[in-house]
Write a protein that binds this ligand. Structure first.
Ligand code: SF4
Length: 432
């Protein structure tokens, strides 16, 4: 595998190939594809998921794979089965990782399946620092910063959309504005002729116009008047609407508003962990540590500059910094013992309580360890925080009727909200 990647890096494996990006969240995948186009890679997002996605995946899986793996595989197989598929001009984007999570196996399974399907010449592109960002090495800095900008833009547009959509007077207006600004952002991000500084200025302008457009949407209810539901869970599932059976929209249809943990949070968390491990290993500031800190500095500067136009808009929805999330999770799943999404889930559940949410929904794939461990600590978190409602929903690709379960949860969230508002009224009266 490593040999293949080294060989690939020498041959610039993306030259003359179309690169398909998995559609975890449509907005983030679209922006990431644009970032690839900005360095001359012909990138686009993989097809929408549907029943055929799982049907295709099931021909090559045995049931031990998690749902995100099956959905990713199935969508790539749709491309392989397409009429114009040519393995010599195709590449699939699939990052990889080490550790116990099945994510590290996605690439291996895809390679095996492609070979079995006669697509040996199709490439899998897994950029990591260890393979010198094969195929994009010559414009690596621009690419990495553009990816970060893409992530911040797509997270910001999603967040604004979720704050307004449940209250819109004209159904569909928020989504259509969101898509329009996402399209504009992708055009700017993907244009290789737009200079680096101008790219940032244009992105800021887009978010400025988006904030103004979102604020002028006519509303049928007062903003913030619905029970606010924090959404945590496995990163692929909480953003992939097909896999979570459109859970976010279902919460809105049941009278709630959604606040979902951003994708960028994962990047902040991995930065934090990388720095912590380097500190523990060396005890002094090393070159490697300085590199990680410089990267964090650039990311923070970029995020601050890009989101400035939305600062007022997001005032009621501040993101909790990762060190505080890990503080919050410490009594339940301490970060130095429980790594990854489970510790972020626990920390976010507490953070959403402090931020004034009325409940938390965890969206997890069936058989994923993160969800199973998080589920064990949720009752304690709930008890320690005034019976704060927390409910986990598992998905395995077999559709089930969410309505009844969600109705019960929203009833609990509504009654928690009434208690919370009553308490704050009493508090403000006694403080007078
Ligand atoms: S976290 Fe769980 S669901 Fe996500 S890739 Fe890993 S094993 Fe699969």
């Amino acid at each position: 595998m490593i040999n293949e990647m080294i060989k690939d890096s020498k041959q610039h494996i993306l030259k003359g190939r179309r690169l398909y990006i998995p559609r975890m969240s449509t907005e983030a995948a679209s922006a990431l594809a644009a970032a690839f186009r900005s360095v001359g890679v012909d990138a686009c997002i993989s097809p929408e998921s549907d029943a055929r996605t799982l049907d295709l995946a099931s021909r090559f899986t045995n049931g031990e794979e998690c749902l995100p793996q099956r959905v990713t595989l199935g969508n790539f197989l749709k491309i392989v089965q397409g009429l114009n598929f040519d393995p010599r001009s195709t590449a699939f984007f699939l990052p990889t990782s080490s550790g116990p999570c099945r994510f590290g196996q996605y690439r291996n399974l895809l390679r095996k399946v492609l070979d079995e399907a006669g697509a040996q010449e199709a490439r899998i592109f897994s950029p990591t620092s260890s393979n010198g960002y094969a195929g994009i090495a010559d414009r690596r800095f621009r690419f990495l910063v553009t990816v970060w900008r893409a992530l911040i833009l797509s997270d910001s547009l999603r967040k604004a959309r979720l704050m307004i959509r449940p209250y819109e007077a004209e159904k569909g207006l928020t989504d259509s504005l969101h898509n329009r600004f996402l399209g504009k952002a992708c055009r700017v991000l993907g244009d290789p002729d737009i200079g680096f500084r101008r790219q940032r200025r244009e992105c800021v302008k887009i978010l400025q116009s988006a904030a103004e457009a979102f604020e002028s949407i006519p509303l049928k209810e007062k903003l913030g008047s619905r029970p606010l539901i924090g959404v945590v869970g496995e990163i692929y599932l909480r953003f992939n609407e097909f896999s979570n059976q459109h859970m976010l929209r279902s919460i809105e249809n049941q009278g709630g508003e959604v606040w979902i943990a951003n994708i960028a949070e994962w990047a902040w968390y991995t930065n934090y962990e990388e720095e912590r491990k380097l500190r523990e290993a060396a005890g002094i500031v090393t070159f490697e540590m300085a590199r990680v800190r410089l990267r964090r500095y650039i990311q923070e500067t970029e995020e601050k500059a890009l989101t400035r136009p939305l600062r007022k808009f997001f005032r009621s929805r501040p993101e909790t910094p990762v060190p505080r999330l890990l503080e919050y999770s410490r009594p339940y799943l301490p970060a130095h013992k429980a790594l990854g999404e489970m510790t972020l889930n626990a920390g976010n559940a507490v953070a959403f309580y402090h931020a004034g949410c009325d409940g938390v929904v965890d969206i997890s794939p069936f058989t994923c360890m993160n969800g199973i461990v998080s589920e064990v600590v949720y009752p304690r978190i709930s008890r320690d925080h005034e019976q704060f409602p927390i409910r986990i929903f598992y998905f395995d690709g077999v559709p089930f009727d969410l309505t009844g379960h969600l109705e019960i949860f929203m009833e609990q969230a509504g009654s928690y909200r009434r208690r919370r508002l009553e308490k704050s009224r009493r508090g403000s009266r006694s403080g007078q």
